[in-house]
Design a protein around this ligand. Sequence first.
Ligand code: BTN
Length: 263
Amino acid sequence: MDDRLISEQLVRPGSGLGHTVVVKESTGSTNDDALALAAAGAAHGTVVVAERQTKGRGRLGRRWQSPAGNLFFSVILREGLEPEAVGLVMIAAGVAVARALIKNYSILAKLKWPNDVRAFGKKLCGILAEGGGQGQLDYVVLGIGLNVNMRSEDLPPPIKEIASSIAEETGKERPRAEVLGQVLDELELALADLARGDYETVLAQWMALDEIIGKQVRAETPAGIFRGQARGIRRDGALLVKDDESGRERAVVAGDVVIVEQG
Ligand code: BTN
C-alpha cells in the first residue's frame, strides 16, 4: 500500500482542524514544530504531521517510539479554550481517538487516565498536550501518536509487549490519511463540546470507556505513591482516587496510575 502523507490530500476545507497541514518527512518532534509555528502566530487548527520522529516524546519525559507506518501529529489549538478547560483537552482527545477507533474499526478501545487509548490492555495511542504563550496561555499544542500500521515486533522490548496498532487489532493495514481525518472529525466534536462549556458530555463519554474506574490502583504522583480505588475524573481532568489508608478521596493531577492485580 502506497501510504505516503501528502499535504494536499490531508487538508480539510473550512475553518476547523486541518485547514493547514504541514507534512514533515522526518523531524525531531511534531510537538516542537507545532510549538514553534504557534509561537510565530500559526492559526488555530494548523496540523503538523511527520512520517518519522527522531525525538518523539511522551509524558513525564519519556520517549515516544516512532516506527514507520504510524501517525505522529500535533494540532495547534487557540480558540474555544477557557483556562478551566485546558486540563480537559487531553481527556477530550482521548475520547476522540477512542470513538474514532470504535466507530471506524470496531476496535474495543478503552481509556486509561490521563492519556492512553488501549485495546485489551495494550496501548494504541498516546497524547501529549503542551501549552505556550507570552506570560499567559495563548495556545495549546495537542500531540497525538497513534499506532496505525506498525507491527509490535518492530518495537524494542519491553514496549513491544505492551503496544498494539490498528493493523494488529483488525488484521489489516489502513491508509493513515483516512485515519487522521477520522480522528480530526471526532476531535472537532469533542473540542466543540468543551468550547460550549459542556464538560459533562466529554466527561460522560470518557467514563463510558474508562477501564480503571472502580479498580484498585497504585497512584504514582510527584507528592508520593499511594493505593486506592479509582473513582472518576474531576471537571479539571484530574483523576479522583479514594486513598485506602485515609479513606479520603484524593485528586491526582500529575503522574501515573497502575492497575493493581487483586489476588
Ligand atoms: C504519552 O503516551 O506519553 C504521549 C505520547 C505522545 C506522542 C505524540 S507523537 C506526536 C507528538 N510529538 C511528540 O513528540 N509527541 C507527541
